[in-house]
Design a protein around this ligand. Structure first.
Ligand SMILES: NC(=O)c1ccc[n+]([C@@H]2O[C@H](COP(=O)([O-])OP(=O)(O)OC[C@H]3O[C@@H](n4cnc5c(N)ncnc54)[C@H](O)[C@@H]3O)[C@@H](O)[C@H]2O)c1
Ligand SMILES: O=C(O)CC[C@@H](O)C(=O)O
Length: 409
């Protein structure tokens, strides 16, 4: 599949799920005006219909870009996930089709950490229950089950961007921070890494989850894990809904093994704000339930809009894949007075030799060449004199193993 360079007004961009207007402004500022903006996600059949015609798509966590959807995305060059998580995209299928995927790895980190810190304080004081009772006209003035955060142990599972930020903030209010991570991590402040999950579960007064959705984190916290937690501990999950077995959690709350919980993400989430939220946790006054809003602050959404739209325009304008989550990363200088060929190919021996031989045969001088590969694909970027660019694109497209070739002037 090959493409000539389209003028910017012909490049179609579909933005879903009400991404912040800062994304639209950033795209427009960079010359992209052909933007369709929808406040919601789309049902799969409609998504398949619309994605056929677009070069870039922007989504959040509700839109699932499965292999079936990507099969229809004939023109798609890149996906922008206007969030941290990218589990809603079949990253491997996108890569095999030469579609780069970008996200915003830190823009909502602080928002999630702040929400979790607030929940820790409220849950340690038993506020959700007292609040619910007061709404029903009941007056529960009592210190029973009400504790300061100072001196309590916070156990963080997944000590990445959010986990570390939360750890620092929790230490600032006098909590002791321990964490479990599958990687050896640089500990910030006075935090301590523990060697296994059980140890952390046994020691912490509050457990907070900050892992990605992976096969290994599915039901990371189930009946057996809750069993080893302290009597009266608190569980917080603002990572992904698959990480906690909700039925096991409901049972633990029923038996008062846990004093409370805060859950922001669920195995199945409503597809829109009009759909009913169904969960066995609804009956518990001591559980804070939030509709996947950990990262939903004005500050975070604005920054995400600018960051991800910026990455899409950079990839479109000059081919840079820096911070792409499924693509070999190539950092590129700006293009001036030349043409740039972007070639995504299956990573097999001899592709570069074929390219160089074809260019040599046609007397095409290579001004600069950049190559990065991973175990599946290679991404080569070649700057040539503009006089030779169309021949060069034809030659590139004919190379065996070509997935995509694109040209920028
Ligand atoms: N609720 C929200 O709105 C919201 C907002 C942002 C992010 N998130 C979720 O939070 C997750 C974490 O975000 P982050 O920016 O801190 O990610 P990150 O990649 O910086 O950190 C994740 C950490 O988890 C560790 N990890 C991975 N698998 C593990 C396992 N099996 N056991 C223990 N540790 C494991 C990693 O080594 C890493 O240190 C995201 O993947 C996303 O799903 C949710
Ligand atoms: O904005 C969203 O839909 C997802 C937010 C959060 O889960 C993320 O992964 O950044």
């Amino acid at each position: 599949m090959s493409k000539v360079s389209l003028s910017k007004d012909k490049i179609k961009i579909l933005l879903l799920e009400g991404v912040h207007q800062s994304a639209v402004e950033t795209l427009k500022r960079n010359g992209y005006s052909n933007i369709e903006y929808l406040k919601t996600s789309l049902p799969e059949n409609e998504l398949i219909e619309r994605i056929k015609h677009v070069h870039f798509v922007g989504i959040r966590s509700r839109t699932h870009l499965t292999e079936t959807v990507l099969n229809a995305a004939e023109k798609l060059v890149a996906v922008g996930c206007f969030c941290i998580g990218t589990n809603q995209v079949d990253l491997d299928a996108a890569k095999r089709r030469g579609i780069a995927v970008f996200n915003a790895p830190f823009s909502n980190t602080r928002s999630v950490a702040e929400l979790v810190l607030g929940e820790i304080l409220l849950l340690l004081r038993g506020i959700p229950k007292r609040n619910a009772m007061a709404h029903r006209g009941q007056w529960f003035k009592s210190a029973i089950g009400s504790f300061e955060a100072r001196g309590k142990t916070l156990g963080i599972i997944g000590y990445g961007h959010i986990g570390t930020q939360l750890g620092i903030m929790a230490e600032n209010i006098g909590m002791k921070v321990e964490f479990y991570d599958i990687e050896d991590k640089l500990t910030l402040g006075n935090a301590q890494q523990v060697q296994n999950l059980t140890q952390l579960l046994q020691r912490a007064d509050v457990i907070s989850l900050h892992v990605p959705e992976t096969p290994q984190t599915k039901n990371l916290i189930g009946m057996a894990e809750i069993e080893v937690m302290k009597q009266g501990a608190i569980l917080i999950n603002a990572s992904r809904g698959t990480v906690v077995d909700i039925d096991a959690l409901a049972e633990a709350l029923q038996h008062e093994k846990l004093a409370g919980a805060a859950i922001d993400v669920f195995p199945v989430e409503p597809k829109s704000n009009d759909e009913e939220f169904v969960s066995p946790l609804r009956e518990f006054d001591n559980v804070i339930l939030t509709p996947h809003v950990g990262g939903s602050t004005q500050e975070a959404q604005e920054n995400i809009g600018i960051e991800v739209a910026g990455k899409l325009t950079k990839y479109s304008d000059n081919g840079s894949t820096v911070t792409a989550v499924n693509f070999p990363e190539v950092s590129l200088p700006e293009l001036s007075n030349r043409s740039r060929l972007l070639h995504v190919h299956e990573n097999r021996p001899g592709v570069l030799t074929q390219i160089n031989q074809a260019f040599a045969q046609h007397g095409i001088n290579i001004a600069a060449q950049y190559l990065q590969t991973d175990d599946c694909i290679g991404y080569v970027v070649i700057d040539v004199d503009s006089d030779h660019s169309e021949v060069a694109l034809k030659e590139l497209s004919a190379v065996e193993g070509t997935i995509r070739a694109r040209i920028l002037h």
